[in-house]
Design a protein around this ligand. Structure first.
Ligand code: ADP
Ligand code: NI
Length: 217
């Protein structure tokens, strides 16, 4: 199969699975990550076949929706890709990206081994920032039954992935436990520039939020 056909088949497969997702992990998240990843790949001269497949498959079996199991994503991705005739090194590369892409809390490093991995991780993280990131954090909190904000519950510094997975009690806490930490963890120059703008917008949003909370505006 031609690489373009493998991408199209993967696109259809993933879109079919994600059509009805209501937690901010819907098909449009995947589409945005794919678009952003290709934009960054263009600037950084990366392998766009690997970038496309990894972007499309990155959330295929996310630990948050599989009882915290973070080994399932790369297995499901491998299972899908092995039906095609392609270089096994490409399959390994894509699955390695899927296995390592996720944010795991403030105290856990999540380095990517290749440029393609760095690009897809940046694109995924950019979608957690800015106006879209704000929309997604509240969508996710609503989906989980968490509050918008609870001033009696201060944000936590999660030392381990386990703590992070069990942590979060409010949408606002998630800004401090993840979103505001991301700009300093971007990999590529393009990603860093985009993250800086989105970060600034979230800071302004939070300032407004607290002023309204206190009835000051
Ligand atoms: P990514 O897609 O960057 O790997 P996740 O899959 O961890 O991020 O999360 C997907 C979206 O849901 C992100 O926008 C993230 O900020 C949001 N999210 C994840 N965990 C929480 C949480 N505990 N509370 C609120 N939003 C969350
Ligand atoms: Ni994602």
């Amino acid at each position: 199969m031609h690489p373009e056909e493998i991408i199209t088949a993967t696109l259809h497969h993933v879109r079919g699975k994600f059509n009805t997702e209501g937690s901010g992990h819907d098909w449009w998240h995947i589409q945005r990550v794919w678009d952003t990843a290709l934009k960054i790949a263009g600037e950084e001269k990366a392998d766009t076949f690997v970038v496309s497949l990894a972007a499309l498959l990155h959330d295929i079996a996310d630990h948050k929706f599989h009882g915290g199991d973070d080994t399932l994503g790369p297995k499901v991705a491998r299972n899908w890709l092995e039906q095609f005739e392609m270089d096994p090194a490409i399959v390994d590369h894509v699955c390695e990206i899927v296995a390592n892409i996720s944010f795991k809390g403030a105290g856990t490093e999540t380095p990517m081994a290749t440029l393609e991995g760095e690009i897809v991780q940046d694109a995924d993280r950019l979608d957690a920032l800015g106006a879209i990131g704000i929309a997604r954090v509240f969508a996710y909190a609503g989906h989980k039954g968490h509050s918008i904000y609870n001033p009696d519950m201060p944000p936590q510094h999660h030392a381990t992935f386990e703590e992070y997975k069990e942590g979060a009690v409010s949408a606002i806490n998630h800004f401090y436990e993840k979103l505001l930490l991301l700009k300093d963890r971007m990999n590529t120059d393009t990603g860093k520039k985009m993250a800086a703008q989105r970060h600034q917008f979230m800071e302004a949003y939070l300032e407004h939020f607290y002023q309204e909370w206190e009835g000051k505006m």
